[in-house]
Design a protein around this ligand. Structure first.
Ligand SMILES: Cc1cc2nc3c(=O)[nH]c(=O)nc-3n(C[C@H](O)[C@H](O)[C@H](O)COP(=O)(O)O)c2cc1C
Length: 250
């Protein structure tokens, strides 16, 4: 049975983001799967990594704090609970709006704390050898900006690039990452006919979302270079293909 972890980052569960996550849950259950949730804002998740979370500051070294706590079974309880949900999941689906050209800070803080050194990755177990090669991650994202503004030539910058650092974070853990689902032009400032049209468009998107969940295993995946595309200095080899503007030939 497929286990899905839904992670949301929004202060209002009745928002478009919240409603979309609700559809993910409904459709996942309808296909016979199980669902767990991390509603980070509603759960009061603390996104700030600090030494007070640990028994020792390990010489003021955060990576060592995480490693020691992982090895001794003394990770903070909230982090351990998130890790357990992550490890039990086949699919991790994150729902969030774009805030200031990236995911909301609570998502970054969740990564900083939950993707703990030792428990979730080690220097030997990352990228191609990551611990979570059996998992697929999907981002369901809304933007206030229009589609035309959010592409490679758009004034807001290419939303797929804005999402790339988060995608690469999961790639670091070994996960597969599906091409993100992005819904544009989501905000409460539409008026009159435009408002009605937007509400109808968003309602149709929510209605059709069950097809995304039903076809989850066929979603196209983001491409990442395999480990052997890089030389011993970590540079993309001359003959290797660049699959993202983030890692390019000079
Ligand atoms: C703090 C903040 C920053 C935002 N920054 C952006 C941005 O950089 N780009 C963008 O397209 N929309 C931005 N928006 C608009 C949100 O993306 C939009 O309100 C959201 O996607 C609507 O979905 P929701 O109803 O689920 O919140 C921002 C909104 C807030 C509150």
């Amino acid at each position: 049975m497929t286990q899905t972890l839904i992670v949301t980052a929004h202060p209002h569960s009745g928002s478009f983001t919240g409603s979309w996550a609700q559809e993910t849950e409904r459709a996942s259950l309808a296909t016979g799967g199980r669902v767990s949730r991390s509603d980070l804002v509603q759960d009061g998740f603390d996104p700030v990594e600090r030494f007070e979370h640990y028994a020792s500051n390990a010489g003021h070294d955060v990576l060592k704090c995480q490693e020691q706590a992982s090895q001794t079974g003394r990770l903070p309880a909230d982090v351990a609970a998130e890790i357990a949900k992550f490890q039990a999941a086949d699919r991790i689906i994150l729902h969030f709006p774009i805030w200031w050209f990236g995911p909301p800070a609570i998502i970054k803080g969740w990564c900083d704390r939950v993707l703990a050194n030792g428990a979730m990755h080690t220097s030997d177990k990352r990228f191609d050898k990551g611990l979570y090669r059996d998992k697929t991650v999907l981002f369901c994202v809304s933007t206030g900006s229009r589609e035309s503004e959010s592409g490679p030539d758009g004034k807001e910058g290419d939303v797929r690039m804005l999402l790339w650092p988060l995608a690469y974070t999961f790639r670091y853990l070994g996960c597969q990452v599906a091409q993100p689902r992005v819904v544009h032009g989501v905000h409460g400032y539409w008026k009159g006919r435009e408002k009605v049209k937007t509400e109808a468009r968003l309602a149709a998107l929510l209605y059709a979302h069950s097809e995304v969940i039903e076809g989850f295993d066929q979603l196209s995946l983001m491409r990442f270079n395999p480990d052997d595309a890089f030389d011993e200095d970590g540079r993309l080899r001359a003959g290797a293909e660049s699959v993202t503007p983030f890692i390019n030939h000079i």
